[in-house]
Design a protein around this ligand. Structure first.
Ligand code: ARG
Ligand code: ZN
Ligand code: CA
Length: 239
């Protein structure tokens, strides 16, 4: 699918006190998603020349919709979707065929965020981002620059981790991303090589720190855009 895609974002905030998650934090997360999915971020010029021809402008826009808030003192929501269940103190999803639901809560266990791949249960469709890692937030440190949102929305649009969660011969189902056998952390220098060729450590779907991830590839763009045609799970976002 080649045309414009606009994704309304419903933000579901489960906070320990009213106003814990600020409007500035919300606005910055939407801005960062728009920058990263339109190849418009401040560090895209740092892409090594070996990968420069692969950089994609994914051309997807995100628009802030309803913000729902509930106060709950629970400090560790885990990764079993409790934050999406009103009977457990969470907030239910709003029309997931036509909105990307984004939950913000303390996940715990050192987990920055998690997402549901396309094609799963409607009631749990969306992405979850830990409070400290949502938008621009000093509390998140090197993960406080909003790129957890970019990474999780990548999963929500069917992207796998760039190293394919496996060995050098395992795949992320994208042909222009190099194979690797592991995640990269912190801010690796180029080239960092684990398999046949240099890892694309600066890809949003690796595990490096926020300011060291700044590209999607053309192949990842194609994989995401394949979701917006009739019969595919994200077709509700084009019409
Ligand atoms: N560990 C999480 C996941 O696999 C998020 C990783 C985000 N990385 C980052 N630098 N913000 O979905
Ligand atoms: Zn991930
Ligand atoms: Ca690949």
């Amino acid at each position: 699918f080649e045309g414009a895609v606009t994704i309304p974002v419903v933000v579901n905030i489960i906070e320990k006190f009213a106003g814990e998650v600020t409007q500035a934090q919300i606005n910055s997360q939407i801005r960062i998603l728009n920058e990263d999915f339109n190849n418009n971020n401040s560090n895209t010029s740092s892409v090594p020349s070996a990968f420069a021809n692969l950089v994609a402008d994914v051309n997807i826009s995100f628009v802030l919709g309803t913000v729902n808030r509930v106060v709950n003192t629970r400090s560790s929501w885990g990764t079993n979707d409790a934050m999406k269940d009103p009977s457990q103190g969470g907030i239910g999803a709003t029309d997931p065929e036509n909105n990307m639901n984004l939950w913000v809560c303390e996940i715990g266990g050192g987990i920055l965020g998690y997402a549901q791949f396309p094609g799963g249960a409607s009631a749990t469709d969306g992405v979850v981002i830990g409070t400290d890692f949502f938008g621009e937030n000093a509390a998140g440190g090197i993960y406080g620059k909003g790129r957890t949102g970019t990474h999780e929305v990548g999963h929500w649009l069917n992207l796998r981790h760039i190293w394919g969660d496996g060995r050098c011969n395992r795949d992320d189902f994208v042909s222009d991303t190099p194979t690797s056998d592991r995640a990269n952390y912190n801010c690796p220098s180029f080239p960092t090589t684990h398999c046949r060729s240099a890892d694309m450590t600066m890809n949003y779907m690796d595990y490096v720190q926020d300011d060291c991830m700044y590209m999607f590839t053309a192949g990842q763009n194609d994989r995401m855009r394949a979701l917006f045609v009739p019969g595919q799970p994200r077709v509700g976002f084009v019409n």
